[in-house]
Design a protein around this ligand. Structure first.
Ligand code: SAH
Ligand code: SF4
Length: 331
């Protein structure tokens, strides 16, 4: 499916048609053009021929049923992954991929290991949400939140991510409010600036993972181009413009970044208004070990004593390799 194609087909139609088509696909969640009864039959036939609505996907539910991973096959045969996390009946979050693979090569991340294949088109991002929205519709539920925390670096595919956000946001389509959408970045400064400018209501998360440049540079090669001071300066500018909270993500790796000394260093670095820290349990991808929960607790308490708001992220779907950093194409 391809949004440009929809626009092109609608071009030769009266102007209200595009709105009707979008509503049928993204709001009414039709799975077959014949269900789009507001459209004339010849248009439906044309759409069926040129733009079939099927999404080719394989699903993997976790044992507890709260997480579902979908492997979605793209038109060129590449595979991406999206994850549905069911927090409650009223809160269903979809974690979407923005690229096939990722060029940034973080040492702890499975997606980073597979390298970069290509950017996703806007529609390929939206399709991931569409897939889960259709399945939730069967039980009367909806996708309520979106996180750009799947494969890829969203700010390195900003034009397409932006277009996807517009569709997700549009009341005539998914109608998901900007405050229910979060973007996580490894620290691409131009992206942070663009977000403040263009979508000040969208939540920003920064993948930090280390309290100093030396360690961060070892774990995340992108730190050479965007070192900590520059990233934090961009975050401060973002906060000045938007007055929004910013979440710093910190994956806890045993004997790598989880010592008391590092917790103190991190406290100093991040003790600012509207800064929050989210400690994430490391999902083993081979190279490192996860910090024991005792150590995570200790780390968190040091941050809290220093006056920093810190949370620990619930681990979703480790049994289906749908957890963060495990989203990679498996043959
Ligand atoms: N490229 C963006 C968004 C996708 S990664 C970014 O890096 O922020 C989404 C989150 O998963 C990031 O915080 C990332 O650091 C984290 N992550 C990567 N590998 C992980 C692993 N093995 N265990 C736990 N979290 C991981
Ligand atoms: Fe890319 Fe994010 Fe994985 Fe780093 S953590 S390799 S930026 S997807």
């Amino acid at each position: 499916m391809n949004i440009e194609k929809i626009e092109k087909i609608a071009d030769s139609e009266p102007s209200f048609r595009l709105k009707q088509i979008k509503k049928a696909v993204f709001h009414d969640l039709i799975e077959n053009w014949n269900e789009a009864t507001t459209l004339p039959k010849n248009l439906r036939e044309k759409l069926e021929k040129e733009m079939p609505l099927e999404i080719s996907a394989e699903v993997f539910p976790s044992k507890d049923g709260r997480t579902v991973k979908a492997g979605i096959r793209l038109e060129d045969g590449l595979l991406i992954e999206a994850v549905l996390m069911k927090h409650t009946e009223k809160r269903n979050t979809v974690c979407v991929s923005s690229q096939v693979g990722c060029p940034l090569g973080c040492q702890f991340c499975e997606t980073g290991k597979m390298g970069f294949k290509r950017n996703l088109m806007a529609m390929e991002i939206v399709e991931q949400v569409l897939f889960f929205a259709r399945s939730l519709k069967k039980t009367g539920e909806k996708v309520t939140n979106i996180v750009f925390m799947g494969m890829g670096e969203p700010f390195l595919n900003w034009e397409n991510v932006k277009k996807a956000i517009e569709i997700l946001n549009d009341d005539n389509c998914f109608g998901i409010g900007a405050r229910k959408i979060s973007i996580s970045t490894a620290g691409i400064i131009e992206g942070i600036e663009a977000l403040a400018e263009e979508f000040p209501q969208i939540n920003l998360a920064i993948s930090l993972h280390a309290p100093d440049d030396k360690l961060r540079g070892e774990l995340m090669p992108v730190n050479k181009k965007y070192p900590l001071v520059k990233v934090l300066r961009a975050v401060d500018e973002y906060i000045k413009k938007t007055n929004r909270k910013v979440m710093f993500e910190y994956v806890m790796m045993k004997d790598v970044n989880d010592s008391e000394e590092q917790a103190k260093k991190l406290s100093k670095l991040l003790k600012k208004p509207l800064y929050m820290v989210n400690l994430i349990a490391y999902n083993p991808t081979g190279r490192f070990k996860a910090s024991p929960s005792e150590r995570i607790k200790k780390f968190k308490s040091i941050l809290e004593k220093a006056g920093i708001f810190a949370t620990q992220r619930y681990r979703f779907g480790t049994d289906i390799e749908a957890a963060c950093g495990q989203l990679a194409e498996k043959r």
